[in-house]
Design a protein. Structure first.
Length: 218
């Protein structure tokens, strides 16, 4: 479990510009995990929340390939993650890969879906928020082995797209991390809302904005 000395007051870091539910601020992506096992009852509640995400014409294109700590395949799931991220992801309670079907039925015809990735993202958000509400942490990992991971997980070459790996676990002590990661073990901020909104039409002046040095709150 997270120690009191390592507790982080998320609301001291994050101040919304408008009133929102606290859960949106409380979800963040730590790297320090405690190596403990996660109960099936907890993980299934997260998958259940993801199941109820909206999708185009209710096609529900997302699928979740997972292994819990202690499962014979857990080391293979860790191997599918690039070494830099594996350094800390290997201490998670479960690794989940989110994939989606590229094809969908439209008017009785099987066609390339324009929304499968968008829909899978909605399912991911449900998963992440439910985990947070249950006192667990999640960290999405883009640094997986795009060449070898599909083969390691048995994903067919055609018809499916891998999106992200997710480390799920109890947040641990940042002292367990390499120095470069420990320095970044806190909630990040967000770009001001006025740099994201384009009322009335496209605003080319908002296509780029300053970003902090990697690792700084932003």
């Amino acid at each position: 479990m997270t120690t009191d000395a390592n507790a982080i007051d998320v609301h001291a870091f994050r101040k919304p510009e408008h009133e929102i539910a606290p859960i949106f601020l409380e979800r963040w992506s730590p790297r320090a995990f405690t190596n403990e096992e996660i109960p099936d009852s907890v993980l299934m509640r997260c998958f259940e929340a993801a199941r109820w995400a909206p999708s185009s014409t209710n096609q529900q294109p997302w699928r979740f390939i997972y292994a819990k700590r202690g499962h014979a395949r857990f080391p293979v799931f860790c191997e599918a993650i690039l070494e830099r991220s594996r350094m800390w992801a290997q201490h998670a309670s479960a690794i989940v890969f989110i994939i989606s079907k590229k094809m969908a039925f439209a008017r009785g015809e099987l066609k390339l879906s324009r929304s499968h990735a968008f829909d899978a993202g909605a399912a991911w958000e449900n998963f992440a928020l439910q985990a947070t509400m249950l006192g667990w942490s999640v960290h999405p990992i883009g640094g997986y082995d795009q060449v070898n991971a599909p083969g390691l997980l048995g994903i067919p070459d055609e018809g499916w797209q891998m999106h992200i790996a997710v480390a799920v676990g109890r947040r641990g002590d940042k002292a367990s991390l390499a120095a470069e990661f420990a320095a970044r073990e806190h909630p990040n901020l967000r770009v001001p809302l006025n740099l994201l909104l384009m009322e009335g039409g496209f605003k080319p002046e908002l296509t780029d904005f300053p970003k902090g040095t990697p690792g700084e709150p932003r």
